[in-house]
Design a protein around this ligand. Structure first.
Ligand code: FES
Length: 352
């Protein structure tokens, strides 16, 4: 289960930031090797405080483990031919890091694995970065004789959409019935630098597709917008920014908003701090009543969706489909990172 991860304890914050700012697939920086440790050091005290404020660490590992265990159990029933199944977590920037998980897979004698992204929508800076990292470890012989296949995106899977829609409905029910339909649904996804968007990254399109599917499931009961959060640094990022959107809606006299995290499946700092403690608080000060749709966390509907996605992948493989999706094979038209091409070819051969 591939994801960016988050520091489980406050003390792990610095290492997490250093890993994050060192990843040129995520945040391309000039002089990255020198600049990344410097930025990480500078930002650590502030981000440590944020992790303190949300309870002393990120819950993403806890929820990913809960999701993984639930999924593996269901998968044993849904696809007994390949049982027993076991979920491993491989984070890109926090423990357990890919290299740690690779060691564990080897120690456990695992011979067959699915690289299952936990980012519903594909971006080269998130899922692509995790796959590049796995590829590098595989090339270095750290993964043993594992045979790989990849689940690279599932942003419109009906089970995922249903789980999000149910959490929106729960948030909407907090508003009085008489004015509920006037509530604005503000979908918020992690932003991307425009340099990534402009090289042809599919993320913006795929997040939009998720939003469209959720709105269809909701019968277009409410007006909505998709906005973008968590930009860092001075360069141009995908907008409109979530915080500005809330202020704009307040200016226009909107009184009720449901904030919907659409590209995160578990709570982490971007939901618990940025959405709940920053944006929602600020909007309330501007007279807007804001409720956030819960993250999927331990939602049984979502865990069932993960198992369904994995089971379908295994059925497709048994039916002779290749180890990767057709879509994964296509590089961004503006891609200049040679690793992307090698990685795609490697996974298409089953990691050999
Ligand atoms: Fe998208 Fe390389 S950046 S394939």
């Amino acid at each position: 289960m591939l994801n960016m991860g988050g520091p489980s304890t406050v003390a792990e914050t610095h290492d997490f930031l250093k890993n994050l700012f060192s990843d040129g697939d995520l945040i391309p920086l000039p002089f990255q090797k020198q600049l990344a440790p410097w930025i990480a050091r500078r930002r650590t005290p502030q981000i440590e405080q944020q992790y303190e404020d949300i309870g002393g660490g990120s819950p993403i590992l806890h929820y990913t483990q809960v999701q993984g265990e639930g999924m593996a159990k269901l998968l044993d029933e849904l696809h007994p031919e390949t049982a027993p199944h076991k979920a491993y977590v491989a984070f890109r920037y926090a423990r357990p890091l890919t290299e740690e998980t690779a060691r564990q897979l080897k120690a456990d004698g695992v011979t067959r694995a699915i690289a299952f992204t936990q980012y519903p929508q594909y971006s080269c800076s998130t899922t692509g970065s995790s796959l590049n990292e796995l590829f590098k470890r595989g090339k270095a012989g750290e993964l043993g004789q594992l045979e790989w296949s990849v689940i690279d995106r599932w942003g419109t899977h009906p089970g995922f959409i249903e789980a999000v829609a149910q959490n929106i409905e729960a948030a909407l029910s907090k508003f009085p019935e008489s004015t509920r339909s006037e509530t604005v649904l503000l979908f918020s996804a992690h932003s991307l630098p425009m340099s990534v968007v402009n090289r042809g990254d599919p993320y913006v399109l795929e997040v939009s597709a998720s939003v469209a599917a959720v709105m269809q499931r909701l019968g277009h009961s409410n007006p909505y917008r998709l906005v973008w959060q968590s930009q860092v640094g001075p360069s141009a990022w995908m907008g409109m920014q979530t915080g500005d959107a809330l202020k704009g809606l307040a200016r226009q006299g909107k009184k009720q908003v449901v904030l919907v995290p659409i590209a995160f499946t578990s709570d982490h700092i971007e939901t618990l701090y940025e959405l709940d403690l920053e944006y929602a608080k600020e909007a309330r000060e501007h007279g807007v009543e804001v409720h956030r749709a819960e993250s999927l966390n331990d939602s049984p509907v979502f865990i069932r969706a993960l198992a369904d996605i994995a089971a379908q992948h295994l059925r497709d493989l048994a039916a002779g489909k290749g180890p990767v999706s057709v879509q994964l094979g296509l590089r961004c038209p503006g891609c200049t990172n040679a690793t992307c091409g090698q990685q795609k070819a490697w996974f298409a051969r089953g990691g050999r």
